[in-house]
Design a protein around this ligand. Structure first.
Ligand code: ZN
Length: 658
């Protein structure tokens, strides 16, 4: 999953309700409000009354009925019939962990109205004392099935349930019996939708009545990984390459204009798919639905699945291409996850049920390398022009360089962030760090790529690793891997002590990963003019990013969103949440602040500000003028970065299809 812009905003301490709602739209986390998360009892004690999952057959099929028509109350109404395997104690589990969010992001706080019946008899349930997602019942003798009903509640303004757009994430809309692997439990789902919506899912469906859909029976594991999105307007476009399985671009929106594209848009996306196959080879799926929701109700971001992806982009994504510079990786990123994350899964990241904790120790491969390929493929396909691709990498490198929290929190430690920071604001983003395995992952894998290129005189690169490591095999999906296999595969590409190499970077307390940029023939530099990529980054933050000069992010209203730890702004005593009132005695404005920083005449800036009703003055001492990141060529060195970013010839087949 990636929600770069949302995460950037959370980094800047934006924590208002509008952003909460956007987050809810993406990952629906009412866990925001809860102070603590339940300890899974099955992990904590042998004496747990919750049966551990076993890889054994489950007799019968769970019938699931989801009614998504109560738009006024924003309620999903759920009814289930569960075959029981015998009398006695039974635990019903409500899913908690999502593989794509890498954390416990399904909140049972949104489940209400739970009633369990055996025929006419109501069975009282008791919630487990340790696991809030587990409900115990006693099944009477002679009972074959249980009927369960509940509601999944969302707030007005939450984006999952609207008259013109419904997002059905099955993990929020069912319970299942403890004691079996999710892949062994069959589920047959029926869905009622608001009138006239057009549904998309990677699962087989058939019409079962007006605005009623029948989803072919499948395993619980598959259902949880196959969301359904229905929208007023749908455009389906085939992007698959000759000789590869179908890949449908499914554009979903509340307005007709949002799904309109030009032939150039589609040619660029076909080019992207061609470049992706050139790196990874044959697709691991039989068909793939890239479900692109074009709506301003969601923050930009994506959620990966094995046979589909949920991709949330602004409504004007296709109409205002020039303003989308920082969204151009998203489709590439989520498609790459079909290989990196879904066909191949780090061994701690696959669990037999959605109620067992996920281990994220290889997220720097799962997300870090996917983010790297997003940058590279956006450049190779021409989705992002050469200068913009360089400027995007400059911003990545600047963010890595400035992350001084590495002094106490290594890249390796950031992989645990999804388990405890998701949904919570980060006050000092560079010092506390937040999911930096994305951005630092780009630089880490750039470093690996450049080491391969440097030592092989340009013959080898990360393409050679990806082709081997993600090669599709007949074996059952997913194929699990560990750190050793990553090192062995790199070693097969080029012999080196990769374990020591990677450990040194994962545990580093200095930004050694930036060495890769030097090997690439470039260095990070700063100049007084922001790039267009940087300007759009600021527009998405709705603030001026002065992190690389005085060390703070400030809105037009003077609200200090974040302060770089140990920066001039930090030394002046400023803290996030302060509201700047005046500068050198004149009313505060961003233009005045920029002008004073640019003057660089050695005079300190006098900033009056308000923080929690207390008025203070900060004396900000800084030299160096305005500073924005850019990349500069290192004279006399080979330009390996341009080799990496150059598109490969994807052959006459793909050219003909353009
Ligand atoms: Zn991702």
């Amino acid at each position: 999953m990636i929600g770069a812009i949302f995460e950037a905003a959370m980094k800047q301490g934006r924590d208002d309700m509008a952003w909460h709602r956007l987050l809810l739209g993406l990952v629906s986390m009412l866990a925001l409000a809860s102070a603590t998360l339940p300890v899974p009892a099955h992990a904590a004690a042998d004496a747990s009354p919750i049966a551990a999952p076993a890889d054994r057959p489950f007799a019968g099929t769970i019938e699931l009925e989801v009614d998504a028509r109560d738009i006024r109350h924003r309620l999903f109404r759920v009814r289930q019939t569960l075959p029981v395997q015998g009398p006695g104690p039974l635990t019903l589990l409500y899913p908690e962990w999502e593989p794509s969010s890498h954390g416990p992001s399904v909140s049972v706080a949104q489940l209400a109205g739970l009633v369990v019946r055996a025929g006419p008899q109501r069975l009282e349930w008791r919630r487990d004392v340790l696991d809030m997602h587990a409900f115990h019942v006693q099944v009477p003798a002679g009972v074959d099935t249980l009927e369960v009903e509940f509601q999944y509640v969302t707030r007005a303004g939450d984006a999952l349930l609207r008259a013109d757009l419904v997002v059905v994430q099955w993990q929020r809309l069912l319970v299942y019996p403890a004691g079996w692997f999710a892949r062994n439990i069959a589920v047959h789902a029926q869905l009622s939708l608001p009138p006239g919506l057009k549904p998309v899912t990677s699962l087989q469906t058939k019409v079962a009545g007006e605005d009623r859909l029948d989803v072919a029976a499948t395993s619980l594991e598959t259902l949880l990984d196959a969301p359904l999105i229905a929208a007023r307007h749908l455009r389906s476009l085939e992007l698959g390459q000759a000789g590869q399985p179908p890949l449908r671009l499914q554009l979903l929106a509340e307005s007709r204009q949002a799904v309109e594209t030009t032939p150039q848009d589609i040619a660029r996306l076909r080019g992207l798919v061609g470049q992706t196959h050139a790196v990874f080879g044959p697709a691991p799926y039989r068909h793939f639905d890239a479900m692109v929701v074009l709506s301003d109700a969601f923050a930009s971001g994506g959620i990966e699945h094995a046979d589909s992806a949920e991709i949330y982009l602004p409504a004007d994504f296709f109409r205002d291409h020039a303003a989308q510079l920082n969204n151009l990786d998203l489709i590439a990123h989520e498609h790459v996850h079909a290989w990196n994350g879904r066909a191949r899964v780090p061994d701690g990241q696959w669990t037999p049920t959605p109620n067992l904790p996920i281990r994220n120790d290889l997220l720097w491969v799962y997300e870090g390398q996917t983010e790297f390929w997003g940058r590279v493929l956006a450049a190779r396909s021409g989705l992002r022009g050469r200068q913009d691709a360089l400027d995007r990498l400059a911003l990545d490198a600047a963010q890595v360089q400035v992350a001084n929290g590495r002094a106490w929190k290594s890249l390796r430690d950031t992989v645990h962030d999804p388990r405890y920071v998701t949904g919570r604001a980060t006050i000092w983003p560079e010092w506390q760090r937040r999911k930096d395995y994305y951005t630092e992952g780009v630089l880490l894998w750039l470093d690996v790529d450049m080491t391969l290129r440097e030592r092989s005189n340009g013959r080898l690169g990360l393409d050679d690793f990806a082709r081997r490591f993600f090669a599709v095999q007949a074996a059952e999906r997913p194929r699990l891997y560990g750190f050793d296999e990553v090192c062995r595969t790199l070693d097969a590409v080029m012999p080196l002590d990769w374990s020591a190499y990677l450990d040194a970077r994962l545990d580093a307390h200095t930004p050694v990963v930036l060495d890769g940029l030097a090997r690439a023939g470039w260095s990070l530099a700063f100049g007084p003019q922001p790039s267009e990529v940087f300007r759009q980054h600021e527009r998405e933050l709705a603030a001026s990013d002065l992190t690389y000069s005085v060390g703070m992010v400030v809105t037009a209203e003077g609200v200090v969103r974040s302060v770089l730890w140990d920066s001039p702004a930090f030394e002046a005593g400023l803290a996030p949440g302060a509201r700047l009132l005046s500068l050198d005695g004149a009313p505060f404005s961003l233009a005045r602040l920029h002008a004073r920083i640019a003057e660089d005449d050695g005079r300190a800036l006098a900033l009056d500000y308000l923080l929690e009703a207390t008025r203070s003055t900060a004396t900000l001492r800084y030299r160096g003028g305005l500073r924005y990141p850019r990349l500069e060529r290192r004279p006399g060195t080979p330009d390996r970065l341009s080799q990496l970013l150059a598109g490969v010839d994807t052959g006459p087949a793909s050219a003909a299809r353009k």
